[in-house]
Design a protein around this ligand. Structure first.
Ligand SMILES: Nc1ncnc2c1ncn2[C@@H]1O[C@H](COP(=O)(O)OP(=O)(O)OP(=O)(O)O)[C@@H](O)[C@H]1O
Ligand SMILES: [Mg+2]
Length: 589
């Protein structure tokens, strides 16, 4: 009796859908990329309840005739490649012929489409034609499909292609359960459309969520203009722009000036041949180029638009086409590394000395702290740390954020940043001597759309922590007062950090009375903890400061009084004690 089954087509499609359609943003990505491939000049995306209820994508592209409109939903149905050779010479975003069938397998879809005139005769492409001049009145096709089964095909009026995806994952409850909060899913949708809009700046993009416009980006004449449309002038001024070409590769680069680094990796974008991708080697090359110029905990903002010969790159690595494989991985690494180094040299206000090339005579301890510091900067340490150690506790500064202190228990190795974070974290949580300080001039902080959206949802949590912030509209948060402990903090960086932390650690809201609800924190409480942890990090002594002996003594005392003195809010140790007994053992006594 055979035990091997051949799976039904509908089950095969559901399985394939699992790889292609991870969340609403994946649907948005596939539909937008289809619209791009259809030579659209205007693409509009609308979602309701973070795409869980509705995703609507309309374009003014080539459209399809009736036969293709039906065939498009079959698996391996594509107009983009014919044979193996085409696979190594891809010019389109799609090529696998499985996106529409995958989305259709796990949702209820409607598509209206009409084959338009050739591009030269199409409104929007040919500016001499009025909208609708060639398409209006053309009979199009409406296809309805639910769970992969076509339920209706009829005539309709159409122009370009309009696709509605309703009730995503209605027939795959397990997947539906894994969807995150609306704020998180919205963030991913915004991120997806933003990346597509960046990789295709000549196309107009409109994004609306729950009836309100997130952005409307007219066709731009350059990458620079598209970046301006998305992030505004202040942000772009913090970037250095450049372009390079070499041996079949070219890159347009926007990378942050050394004084415009971020505390997280949220603003890092890589595009290869017009395709938003994740690629570790390109990202690593950028970091390597910054090495020694910025502190370890800082992250560059970068936009890398890399173009390589189609034969030198394989996009057929992952079903969602997010990853690439380069045939000359080392060549790409060197190219990007050198390009970023050149860009950083342009930033003339800063020294371009590499780590290890500093002038001799530099204090060896300072080297670990400074790497390469801005020539003009006055706020990084420039004094000999020795001068701090005049207090009554013999404190030895070891470099980075470490000091050694002899105590009754033995030798304490203290990570003073982690220790300070723990102390401040508990202060924030317990609201101990956390006074709010009203800013003389309220501070406006413009943020990327996703970060702004999540902060708006959590303003009450910020307010509870003594950070009075409100919605200023236009992706801007207004900060009116901050806890005194944060007086010296970079408020814009703090807000961005809180937002990305909330996005990275979405709190699943479980109704209180639901049996089986996880024990422990209520959602609001855990959101408070996330916010408090970020505030603690920003209010703590940084690696570039060296605390004096008095401060170290105070810190050790506060740490002893903490509820959990052993680790910082992220779980890293605050101190390691080596007792005399342990020393004896180490010295084999
Ligand atoms: N918006 C659109 N306008 C015109 N044609 C479209 C549109 N969307 C899909 N099509 C047609 O339907 C076909 C199938 O689309 P589908 O996304 O499933 O596959 P693909 O884009 O070829 O490959 P991939 O699975 O990699 O996305 C496309 O090849 C294209 O011919
Ligand atoms: Mg496609």
């Amino acid at each position: 009796m055979p035990v091997i089954n051949i799976l039904s087509v509908s089950l095969r499609n559901k399985i394939a859908a699992g790889e292609v359609v991870e969340r609403p943003a994946s649907v948005v990505k596939e539909l937008v990329e289809n619209a791009i491939d259809a030579s659209s000049t205007r693409i509009s995306v609308e979602t309701v309840r973070a795409g869980k209820k509705l995703i609507y994508v309309s374009d003014n592209g080539t459209g399809m005739d009736r036969e293709d409109a039906v065939r498009a939903f079959e698996r391996y149905a594509t107009s983009k490649i014919r044979d193996e050779q085409d696979l190594s010479n891809l010019k389109t975003m799609g090529f696998r012929g499985e996106a529409l069938s995958s989305v259709a397998a796990v949702s209820k879809m409607t598509m209206k489409t009409a084959l338009s005139a050739p591009p030269g005769l199409r409104p929007g492409v040919n500016p001499d034609l009025r909208s609708g001049e060639t398409n209006a009145g053309i009979t199009g096709t409406l296809v309805e499909i639910a769970g992969g089964e076509i339920t209706a095909t009829k005539d309709c009026a159409a122009s370009g292609t309009v696709i509605e995806v309703r009730e995503l994952f209605f027939n795959t409850p397990a997947r539906r359960k894994f969807l995150k909060s609306d704020a998180t899913e919205n963030y991913h949708i915004i991120d997806t459309v933003t990346r597509e809009a960046l990789s295709h700046y000549k196309i107009m993009f409109v994004l609306r969520m729950d009836g309100s416009e997130v952005f409307s980006l007219p066709a731009a004449s350059s990458l620079h203009e598209r970046l301006l449309q998305l992030y505004g002038k202040d942000f772009i001024d913090g970037l250095i722009e450049s372009g390079f070409g070499h041996a079949g590769m070219s890159v347009s680069l926007f990378a942050s000036r050394l004084e415009h680094m971020k505390n997280n990796r949220s603003m890092q974008f890589i595009f290869v041949n017009g395709r938003p991708v994740k690629d570790q080697s390109v990202g690593y090359a950028v970091y390597k180029a910054y090495e020694g110029m910025v502190p370890k905990e800082k992250h560059p903002v970068f936009f890398v638009f890399l173009d390589v010969d189609a034969g030198q790159v394989d996009f057929n690595v992952h079903p969602s086409k997010r990853e690439v494989r380069f045939s000359q991985k080392n060549g790409v690494f060197d190219f990007i590394y050198n390009a970023v180094r050149e860009v950083l040299k342009k930033d003339t206000g800063f020294c371009s000395v590499r780590k290890g090339e500093e002038e001799t005579g530099t204090h060896p301890i300072l080297e670990t702290n400074m790497g390469c510091v801005p020539v003009s900067s006055g706020n990084l340490i420039s004094e000999e740390p020795d001068r701090f150690f005049t207090g009554y506790l013999p404190v030895i500064y070891l470099g980075d954020t470490f000091v050694a202190v002899p105590t009754k228990e033995g030798l304490v190795l203290l990570d003073y940043h982690a220790a300070h974070e723990r102390v401040n974290y508990e202060r924030f949580l317990k609201r101990m001597d956390v006074r709010s300080h009203r800013l003389l001039f309220p501070r406006q902080v413009k943020l990327p759309r996703g970060e702004y959206a999540v902060l708006i949802e959590h303003l009450h949590v910020l307010n509870e922590e003594g950070l009075d912030a409100g919605d200023f509209g236009h992706d801007t948060i207004i900060v009116r007062s901050i806890p005194e402990l944060l007086m010296d903090a970079d408020i814009a960086a703090l807000m961005s950090d809180i937002a990305s932390s909330l996005l990275k650690n979405p709190v699943t809201r479980v109704p209180k009375n639901l049996s089986g609800a996880p024990a422990g924190l209520e959602p609001v409480d855990s959101e408070r903890r996330i916010v408090a942890a970020r505030m603690a990090c920003h209010s703590s002594i940084r690696g570039k400061e060296v605390p004096d002996a008095v401060r170290v003594a105070e810190l050790l005392k506060s740490l002893d009084a903490a509820e959990n003195p052993h680790s910082c809010p992220h779980g890293r140790p605050t101190r390691i004690t080596i007792s005399v007994d342990e020393l004896r053992k180490m010295f084999k006594k």
